[in-house]
Design a protein around this ligand. Structure first.
Ligand SMILES: C[S@@+](CC[C@H](N)C(=O)[O-])C[C@H]1O[C@@H](n2cnc3c(N)ncnc32)[C@H](O)[C@@H]1O
Ligand SMILES: [Zn+2]
Length: 300
């Protein structure tokens, strides 16, 4: 009796990015830097090592997302450590979760990669195996994130059309970035969590009071999320302190926020001439449980 020949099981492609044209897995090809699906749609990764899957039909503008100038200002400001307490709070949230840093974390609207870098450093320090996936709709942002060499899988695409298969992610992180509850829930494992970071009532009031007559705190992206039942709030952590921003970092702070667009040229010059600016920084970290498979889901 002959034993029937069995082919080796195909390597799973479920962790690969999905083709934006046909949703098949994108497989690395023998040609350097090319990824293609079984329907021969192919994409070359950039020399920095990220994939751009934002196809023309899904773009609303020629250069979607934050501009190069906004992103570079944010990179300088964040790397000066002004939001250190927030970074620490995010890392602690992950470290204290049941699986600690041994997990796959997906940074939605990752910008230039500041938070992924801090998490990579914390995970390495704790000798754990953190898999990082980062996505932003701005090519400028993802390019800078790629230059950090974080051993992260990086992609340019939209939070409203995530190029990942279902049930891949343990933690989705959104720091001041737009999210789709439905798409986020889909790519999260049923046991997954979402950490949403948004502004508290006092956030940057030292800056906004120099621009607006009346300070109207903004709600971040919580409303979008709470209008649906894809997620259930488990915990809220508040981070609040006063910082003194010095010199050129004041203009960086302005440029990295939407307040930049509301500021008159005179106000901009006045801010540029300040030596120091004292302001509260105030954040909420909302930790949500994925409700996929646990309750009827409505809305998007
Ligand atoms: C306020 S910034 C925050 C960036 C980063 N999370 C941080 O805190 O440093 C918002 C980010 O969301 C990105 N973004 C805007 N719309 C997006 C979308 N539809 N999908 C993915 N990213 C988006 C922007 O390009 C920008 O990098
Ligand atoms: Zn395809």
């Amino acid at each position: 009796m002959t034993t029937p020949f069995t082919y080796p099981a195909p390597r799973s492609t479920r962790n690969n990015f999905k083709c934006p044209n046909c949703n098949q897995a994108l497989i690395p090809q023998t040609e350097a830097r090319t990824f293609a699906c079984s329907n021969n749609h192919s994409f070359d990764s950039a020399k920095e090592g990220y994939l751009n899957l934002l196809v023309v039909q899904n773009k609303r503008s020629r250069q979607p997302g934050d501009s190069d100038e906004m992103i570079r200002s944010r990179q300088r400001f964040l790397s000066a450590g002004y939001y250190h307490d927030l970074t620490d709070a995010i890392a602690q949230c992950i470290e204290k979760s049941a699986i600690g840093f041994n997990q796959t974390l997906f940074d939605i609207g990752c910008g230039e990669g500041h938070y992924m870098q801090q998490l990579r450093e914390a995970a390495t320090h704790a000798s754990t195996d953190l898999q990082l996936v980062g996505m932003d709709i701005s090519k400028f942002a993802v390019r800078l994130a790629a230059k950090r060499n974080l051993n992260a899988r990086l992609v340019v695409d939209s939070a409203f059309n995530i190029p990942l298969f279902e049930n891949r992610i343990d933690t989705a992180l959104s720091v001041f970035s737009p999210i789709s509850p439905q798409e986020t829930s889909r790519v999260l494992k049923p046991s997954g969590q979402l950490i949403m970071v948004g502004p508290g009532e006092q956030h940057l009031s030292g800056l906004t009071e120099l621009i607006y007559e009346k300070n109207t705190p903004h709600r971040g992206n919580y409303d979008t999320l709470e209008a649906t039942d894809y997620f259930a709030l488990q915990q809220q952590i508040e981070v609040k302190k006063t910082i003194t921003v010095e010199g050129a970092a004041i203009l960086d702070l302005l440029t990295m926020t939407p307040y930049y667009w509301h500021c008159t040229p005179e106000q901009q010059i006045a801010l540029q001439q300040l030596d120091r600016l004292e302001t509260p920084i105030h954040f909420y970290l909302n930790i949500y449980k994925n409700m996929k498979g646990k309750a009827p889901q409505t809305g998007a």
